[in-house]
Design a protein around this ligand. Structure first.
Ligand code: UFG
Length: 335
């Protein structure tokens, strides 16, 4: 299949582009490189021996998007990663978050309708479950009001896609609710490239171990969890990338209009402390850390029930937390 990958030079986008090539598909990247690097494209080529075609531009620009669809007439689907994703920043700058994350989706749906492209995989997030009452989370668990604009864009985007399907437009779509993607490609040629000081745990761990950051702060060890630190469902980015291929192949066999949501996680909760311990153990290195206060907006625990994606699409995470911690460290050392 010829697949448009919006945000294909980003963390999840670059790994998914590699997996698309591996599965025999033809990825075409759109990226404005505002939060990604051009050399990632060279690395994708190094890994796969294939170079993806790249259109440099912004997905909110309808003329640009129209032009891409005009040139790429036989597209069979789109994976839409394009989004701003820093939770804290979204509270300070809500408008760019709404503008970028929502407009890019609206423009995309419009051009897809115009050119008769039906399949769209959308990057949603476990953030739509808010602070869960129980774990693991199934797709039937209630969505909760978002605590920040970033999270709200994911709720709104899911609704936009659902309403488009309800209107009986010719569209087939699956928002994938990602849990916490971590790790890097096993070649260590691509991985996460945070902009400035990382807000996510794993890049903060690796940068601290590398001496770029002085010390990691664990945001709270007084939660009602076995070791007092928060629990998340950390999923290796390569597993997550592969879930997109399974989703596209599944969507291709559905009839239009179609909407469904799927969790993409491992089904296993790991605490912040356990993750740090695993990092130190598998890499035989130390991470300097201290315990700090809780971070506002953090939920105590959040992990996925993955039965649906496993039963319906036959996808299951294969890699372990140890694999992810090794790959993240090997990648960090190349930077
Ligand atoms: N943490 C620390 N210290 C740090 C960074 C993080 O202790 O320096 C802790 C957090 O308090 C949290 C855990 O590590 O308990 C994970 O934090 P991340 O920031 O890595 O990830 P979040 O679970 O907060 O957020 C992730 C994604 C969001 C998504 C959210 C909900 O980054 O995009 O999951 O699914 F919205």
């Amino acid at each position: 299949m010829k697949i448009l990958v919006n945000g294909g030079a980003g963390f999840i986008g670059s790994h998914t582009t590699v997996e698309l090539f591996n599965a025999g598909h033809t990825p075409i990247i759109i990226d404005d490189f505002s939060n990604s690097q051009k050399w990632i494209i060279d690395r994708i080529e190094q890994i796969t021996n294939k170079r993806p075609k790249v259109y440099e531009g912004n997905c909110t620009d309808i003329n640009f998007m129209d032009d891409v669809f005009e040139k790429e007439k036989d597209l069979e689907g789109v994976i839409h990663f394009t989004a701003f994703k820093a939770v804290g920043e979204s509270i300070e700058k809500p408008i760019p978050y709404y503008k970028n994350n929502i407009n890019s989706l609206l423009v995309l749906i419009e051009v897809m309708q115009k050119y008769g492209v039906e399949n769209i995989v959308f990057s949603s997030s476990a953030t739509v479950y808010g602070d869960p009452d129980t774990n693991p989370l199934t797709e039937k668990s209630p969505r909760k009001q978002a605590t920040n604009p970033y999270g709200n864009t994911k709720l709104i985007a899911e609704d936009i896609l659902k309403d488009t399907v309800i209107s009986r437009a010719k569209i087939k779509t699956i928002p994938l609710r990602y849990f916490n993607p971590i790790g890097a490609h096993e070649s260590h040629l691509i991985g996460e490239l945070p902009n400035g000081v990382p807000s996510n745990l794993v890049p903060y761990i690796t940068q601290t171990a590398a001496g770029i950051r002085k010390e990691l702060t664990i945001f709270g060890n007084d939660y009602d969890t076995p070791d007092g630190t928060c629990i998340r469902d950390f999923i290796h980015v390569v597993d997550l990338a592969k879930a997109h291929i399974a989703t596209l192949e599944y969507l291709q066999n559905q009839t239009s209009p179609f909407f469904d949501v799927f969790n993409v996680g491992t089904g296993k909760g790991t605490s912040v402390m356990e993750l740090i311990n695993t990092f130190e153990k598998v890499n035989n290195t130390k991470v300097k850390y201290k315990i700090g206060p809780r971070r506002p907006g953090d939920v105590k625990a959040c992990w996925a029930d993955t039965k649906k994606v496993q039963n319906v699409m036959g996808w299951k995470a294969q890699k372990t937390i140890s694999d992810a911690m090794k790959d993240a460290w090997e990648w960090q050392k190349t930077l």
